[in-house]
Design a protein around this ligand. Structure first.
Ligand SMILES: Nc1ncnc2c1ncn2[C@@H]1O[C@H](COP(=O)(O)OP(=O)(O)OP(=O)(O)O)[C@@H](O)[C@H]1O
Ligand SMILES: [Mg+2]
Length: 311
């Protein structure tokens, strides 16, 4: 083989190597950015109130993303659209690449529509909250919604039943035993992991406030979610409980391979754990970026402190 031929081969091998490493890094980048949730132009109008106005955001696999904004900004309404409580007036919600919800103002709503991007979306696609939960989105509520008179154990077990295969036929022929046993064991294991097992027989409503919030998260985890939406998980907690919650959220993200969308007013918590932050005011996105970028954004400061609009 001539020297030129050898040089040629070396060059092409090097080129192949570069190509392979480029493909590798592209794949790594794509994996890193695997999209879990996408809101496109999400708008929710109640009568004359546009509670969420043309909101677009993305949450990628493994991220903790925070949605912040002053009282009445539209954060819970956005969660209610994502979890199927409301059908969006306009816009689209995509979960793991599938359209979960889509809305477009039709009929009378089209005449009163006060949001943006009318005409961009043409379908009305809606899934019920239980279908969305089965698809892999679990949530907690701003005002705790446990079954207060049921035991801690039953509050978690009922969420496990969401994925049960049993039906009246299997019940009639006594075929549910193995599945019920498995779900009970899994409930115990989950309570143990969350240090709630010693309270298993307590009424949920009798637990201290911080623990009720933890139980609500445990119940959400029992549905085996891919995306966990937490609506003000630190509300009503003391500083120590809030600090513990911050570690707890990071721990469950890693342990259960979760992606987390978080609404929170407690800025220390948000700034400490969020990979990215979106800030809305009057339903509209006013800032997005890292904790530092958002915290120093004059529009965010203005919205929170109620100062005059900073341009
Ligand atoms: N079902 C509804 N019908 C009519 N208006 C509603 C409804 N739900 C919410 N709104 C209005 O939408 C706006 C946004 O409310 P939302 O509860 O989403 O705000 P938020 O950002 O979660 O506030 P907070 O931080 O106080 O929880 C408010 O003006 C609220 O009154
Ligand atoms: Mg709210």
């Amino acid at each position: 083989m001539s020297v030129q031929e050898m040089e040629k081969r070396k060059d092409s091998a090097a080129a192949e190597g570069v190509k392979a490493s480029e493909t590798k890094s592209e794949t790594a980048a794509a994996q890193k950015k695997e999209n879990v949730l996408r809101l496109e132009d999400l708008t929710m109008q109640f009568g004359g109130v546009v509670a969420v106005n043309n909101l677009s955001l993305e949450v990628n696999k493994g991220e903790i993303v925070a949605l912040i904004g002053p009282n009445g900004a539209g954060k819970t309404t956005a969660f209610n659209c994502i979890t199927g409580v409301y059908q969006p007036t306009n816009g689209r919600i995509t979960f793991l690449g599938q359209t979960l919800m889509e809305g477009c103002p039709t009929g009378r709503a089209a005449k009163t529509y006060a949001g943006e991007k009318a005409g961009k979306y043409t379908k009305n696609i809606h899934h019920s909250p239980d279908e969305i939960c089965r698809a892999g989105i679990a949530r907690t509520f701003q005002n705790i919604r446990l079954f207060p008179k049921q035991s801690v154990f039953d509050n978690v077990l009922v969420a496990k039943h969401m994925r049960a295969k049993q039906n009246p036929f299997t019940a009639t022929f006594g075929l549910n035993h193995a599945e019920e046993k498995r779900m009970r064991e899994e409930t115990w294991a989950l309570l143990k992991e969350q240090n709630l097992d010693s309270y298993a027989s307590y009424e949920a409503g009798s637990l201290p406030y911080g623990m009720q919030r933890r139980l609500e998260i445990a119940r959400a985890l029992a549905t085996d979610p891919k995306l966990l939406c937490l609506d003000e998980p630190a509300a009503g907690m003391n500083p120590q409980e809030t600090l513990d919650l911050s570690d707890f959220i990071k721990k469950i993200r890693d342990q259960y391979h979760l992606t987390i969308l978080l609404i929170e007013h407690h800025m220390n918590l948000v700034m400490g754990i969020s990979d990215r932050i979106y800030c809305i005011d009057f339903g509209k996105l006013i800032a997005k970026g890292t904790a530092e970028e958002v915290a120093n954004d004059p529009k965010v400061i203005s919205a929170y402190l109620g100062m005059q609009e900073v341009v």
